[in-house]
Design a protein around this ligand. Structure first.
Ligand code: GDP
Ligand code: IMO
Ligand code: MG
Length: 436
């Protein structure tokens, strides 16, 4: 009765969409547990490219249930547009999708407040996706947020939405000098949107626990990455949810001691979108080359991603606090053609000492210098490889070095965006259904 979790190991965009889509072939249920439409998960099927934002990555497979868990914040307009876009391409989304009624709603004023807060932060801005994620989670924590199931009951919802609108109008008009929200129009629009989804609203936690008890194979799909986790990440340059493994308990309503395998996805180098510390970032032509070879532009906002070498201090930290059983290493093909590759193995502190531990506070992280180990690269195109043995020796050595540094097995290698460009490389550690 396997349940498998897959999270991002770095700052997001590690290739989770591709890995989830591949693993979903052997799963019965795919469950998102955190975030919102700040996520952009790319899946390539043949010549078709799909970018999923809220909808779980099992949606392209028939016979799978895809659940938007209670830990998400959902912008109904964005969800309906995503559903429509996929349905137009022939994907029967409404048959395959369920959404937990406990999921919180993102309203248009949340996105507006997200933008205003960023402007207010000035040079200290976070570089959010502008989707209203932070303000919606803030309302949830403040206990003034509204959930999808609240909107199913029009009478009580109207009064609660009105109270929230009044609170936001005080802020928007009084502090930011903006015009007031039209509460009545927002109510009508929301009720209309909710009607389109009523038939697929469920008690998600009950569904996933029941499915697990029946022996179904559950796949938990992480969004963002460990370093964007509200508690474990590079706060305050993080997102507003628990993107690590622990997010599954709250965000899916699934007991943490029933997660049978904990896996993560990491790029063979490192990227980050938005502001915040990134010790192994490259500001030179090599960083530019990684961006171009890896086509590193955000799937949600189109922003160029910041690029740098693989950071073993960061990934080891993320493996440790999530108790990971294995890592999928993606974008290995992007490193083809580099003479030498660098791996950040330690940080040099301002006083000259070196540490292999990830610093606990942001001030220290801002001031560290990366200490690199240099490894020989490879020139061959590896996009057609189907096994570890087919990779050039220096490529195998690079993978082995990352594995040793992370102190966690690398279970599969991804050598291109396509579904078929993925193979298992550590059979003993891979879940039976993750083996290619
Ligand atoms: P996610 O947010 O973790 O799902 O990742 P994104 O979809 O935002 O970004 C990952 C990008 O890398 C997408 O464009 C994928 O199609 C692409 N990708 C995934 N795996 C590989 C790989 O092994 N090699 C290459 N070259 N691209 C990959
Ligand atoms: P996937 O699931 C990369 C980043 C934003 C910003 C910070 C806070 O595709 O890996 P937010 O809008 O969440 O308040 O922004 O988090 N961020 C991501 N970066 N991939 C993502 O998702 C991200 N989701 C949020 O760029 O730095
Ligand atoms: Mg992404």
């Amino acid at each position: 009765m396997p349940s498998t979790a897959v999270i991002g190991l770095q700052w997001g965009d590690e290739g989770k969409g591709k890995i989830i889509d591949s693993l979903a072939a052997e799963a019965d249920m795919v469950v998102r547990f955190a975030g919102g439409h700040n996520a952009g998960h790319t899946v390539h099927v043949g010549s078709e490219k799909y970018v999923l934002h809220l909808i779980p990555g099992g949606i392209l497979h028939s016979g799978k249930t895809n659940l938007i868990g209670r830990g998400l914040v959902v912008d109904l307009a964005a969800l309906l547009a995503e559903i429509d876009g996929l349905e137009e391409r022939g994907v029967p989304v409404m048959e395959r999708l369920r959404i937990d009624g406990r999921a919180h709603l993102i309203f248009p004023f949340h996105a507006q407040l997200d933008g205003l807060a960023e402007t207010q932060r000035g040079s200290g801005k976070i570089g959010t996706t502008g989707r209203g994620i932070g303000p919606a989670y803030a309302d949830k924590v403040a206990r003034s947020g509204l959930r999808l199931s609240d909107a199913l009951c029009a009478d009580t919802f109207a009064a609660r939405l009105q109270a929230l609108v009044e609170e936001k109008n005080t802020l928007l008009q009084g502090i930011y000098g903006q015009s007031a929200i039209d509460g009545q129009q927002l109510l009508e629009q929301t009720l209309e949107q909710v009607e389109c989804l009523r038939s697929i609203v469920v008690d998600g936690g009950a569904c996933v626990r029941q499915a697990y008890a029946e022996g179904q194979r559950i796949l938990f799909e992480g969004a963002q990455g460990a370093m964007l986790d509200l508690d474990g990440g590079t706060y305050p340059y993080v997102t507003s949810s628990w993107t690590g493994l622990a997010g599954i308990a709250g965000g899916a309503g699934f007991p943490p001691n029933r997660i049978d395998r904990a896996l993560a996805v990491s790029k063979a180098y490192c990227t980050r979108v938005g502001e915040g510390p990134f010790p192994s970032e490259l500001h030179d032509a090599t960083g530019e080359r990684l961006r171009e070879q890896g086509n590193e532009y955000g799937a949600t906002t189109g922003r160029p991603r910041r690029c740098g070498w693989f950071d073993a201090v960061q990934t080891r930290y993320a493996c440790a606090w999530n108790g990971l059983d294995g890592v999928f290493l993606t974008n290995l093909d992007v490193l083809s053609g580099f003479e030498q590759l660098q791996v950040c193995v330690a940080y040099r502190l301002p006083d000259g000492r070196e540490t292999t531990e990830f610093p606990g506070h942001l001030g220290a992280l801002d001031q560290v210098q990366p200490v690199y180990k240099s490894l020989p690269g490879w020139q061959e195109d590896i996009t057609g490889a189907t096994s570890l043995a087919e990779l050039p020796p220096t490529c195998q050595e690079y993978v082995a070095f990352l594995e040793e540094q992370m102190q966690t097995p690398i279970v599969s290698l991804s050598v291109g965006p396509g579904r078929e460009q993925l193979f298992s490389c550590s059979p003993q550690a891979a879940p039976a259904w993750a083996k290619s």
